[in-house]
Design a protein around this ligand. Structure first.
Ligand SMILES: Cc1cc2nc3c(=O)[nH]c(=O)nc-3n(C[C@H](O)[C@H](O)[C@H](O)COP(=O)(O)O)c2cc1C
Length: 202
């Protein structure tokens, strides 16, 4: 019997095995160790993710995307999960281009099934090289994706984590993120909050 109540998908929007990869995997590990969840992980690193070209194939045919690339795996994972953790490095004060591409491409499964995201829950992690480098706008973009796509959006809550997890890597890849104890507190608080919202809504 499966005793895991909820399925959580973590996505890293970094093209490297570095800070974001570490932090998203740490979030999933924390959830598994503290809550009855099973997890899956997807990284954009090394993946073929073509830009959406607005050809409207997905809208006209309702048969998914015209491109058959690594988004096929993402589509399956997103359908599988009850909750999403989108993690992004901060690039120019916002999410990475790779993550933006992935989010744009989800239009294809929404076109196929307008209820595909209905009732799912999402939260976010932003990893910047600077302490105040655009983590909050990055989280806002992630929340906007959830709001637009019928996904219940949650942060980490007042007094500690607010819009979600904010990490300062000091541009030192995973070692920098590991050393950011204050940032990791926002991560764990955000994961506990995600679980509370899962219990309330699923
Ligand atoms: C194109 C680019 C733009 C960046 N812009 C910002 C920025 O606006 N603010 C910031 O704090 N860090 C910025 N950084 C630094 C990264 O956010 C930081 O090194 C982060 O840890 C990268 O994540 P990763 O280690 O998972 O690859 C930028 C890095 C790149 C490559």
């Amino acid at each position: 019997m499966n005793t895991k109540k909820y399925r959580v998908l973590g996505i890293s929007g970094s093209p490297r095995k570095a800070a974001t990869d570490y932090v998203v995997q740490e979030a999933l590990k924390y959830l598994r160790e503290n809550h009855p969840v099973e997890t899956k992980y997807f990284s954009v690193m090394g993946k073929e993710l073509k830009f959406c070209i607005h050809c409207d194939h997905c809208i006209q045919t309702k048969e998914g995307c015209v491109f058959k690339d690594d988004m096929e795996e993402v589509f399956g994972l997103m359908e599988w999960a009850d909750a999403y953790i989108l993690g992004s490095p901060v690039y120019q004060g916002n999410i990475s281009g790779q993550l933006k591409t992935l989010l744009d491409r989800t239009r294809a499964i929404l076109a196929r099934n307008p209820n595909v995201f209905e009732g799912k829950i999402g939260t976010g992690i932003a990893v910047g090289g600077d302490r105040v480098g655009g983590q909050e706008p990055t989280l806002r973009t992630i929340h906007d994706f959830y709001i637009i796509n019928y996904i219940f959006s949650t942060g980490g809550g007042a007094f500690g984590a607010n819009l979600g997890a904010t990490i300062w890597s000091k541009d030192k890849r995973a070692a920098g993120a590991k050393a950011d104890k204050r940032g990791l507190k926002t991560l764990y608080k955000t994961m506990d909050r995600l679980f509370i919202v899962l219990e309330k809504l699923r």
